[in-house]
Design a protein around this ligand. Structure first.
Ligand code: HEC
Length: 152
């Protein structure tokens, strides 16, 4: 393929993709992607805590480091007004988020603090990982109960 054909293909792809993007806000897929990365890292620690996998200090530490950093990702462009589940398809973000932004942000801060503690404990053995993991899971759950719709 020549360079010209390659760029030609890209330009065509972009033209075709634009109407689809206009129907929803790309921020929805992007914030979901962030949560999938939480799960990617949280899941491996969960498997160790629940005994589905042997404890591995290096793996637990890497996962906790990742979670720490991902929870620092700036949220300001991920939650635009009008991207709640009452306004658009394809999201479980409850409209209550935008009526209680201070509380929503404080629940994010709870997660950030728990992830910081988890990072300091994850590599110190299963007995250290367990309570720090549990405390972090509690912050995920608290926000989901308040602000995430049930899966349909
Ligand atoms: C401050 C609130 C908040 C916290 C804290 C939070 N979540 Fe969520 N989470 C949400 C909301 C809101 C959605 C729905 C997003 C959407 O559908 O647009 C969501 C969606 C998800 C999803 C589904 C993503 C998808 O592809 O549809 C996963 C998985 C998830 N969260 C995992 C976690 C984990 C694991 C933690 C803790 C480590 C966590 N969340 C902490 C609010 C939160």
């Amino acid at each position: 393929m020549t360079l010209k054909t390659f760029f030609g293909t890209c330009a065509l792809g972009l033209t075709l993709a634009l109407p689809a993007l206009a129907e929803t806000d790309p921020a929805v897929a992007q914030r979901k992607g962030q949560f999938q990365l939480y799960l990617h890292n949280f899941g491996v620690m969960g498997a160790m805590v629940q005994g589905r996998m042997d404890y591995d200090a290096a793996l637990a530490q890497t996962a906790a480091d990742n979670l720490f950093h991902i929870t620092r990702h700036d949220q300001s462009r991920l939650w635009p007004e009008g991207t709640d589940s009452a306004s658009i398809e394809g999201t479980r973000a409850n409209p209550a988020i935008w009526d209680n932004l201070d509380d929503f942000v404080s629940k994010f801060v709870d997660l950030q603090n728990a992830a910081e503690n988890l990072q300091s404990q994850a590599g110190n053995g299963l007995d250290a990982l367990q309570p720090a993991f549990g405390a972090t899971a509690g912050t995920c759950q608290a926000c989901h109960e308040a602000y995430r719709d049930e899966a349909s």
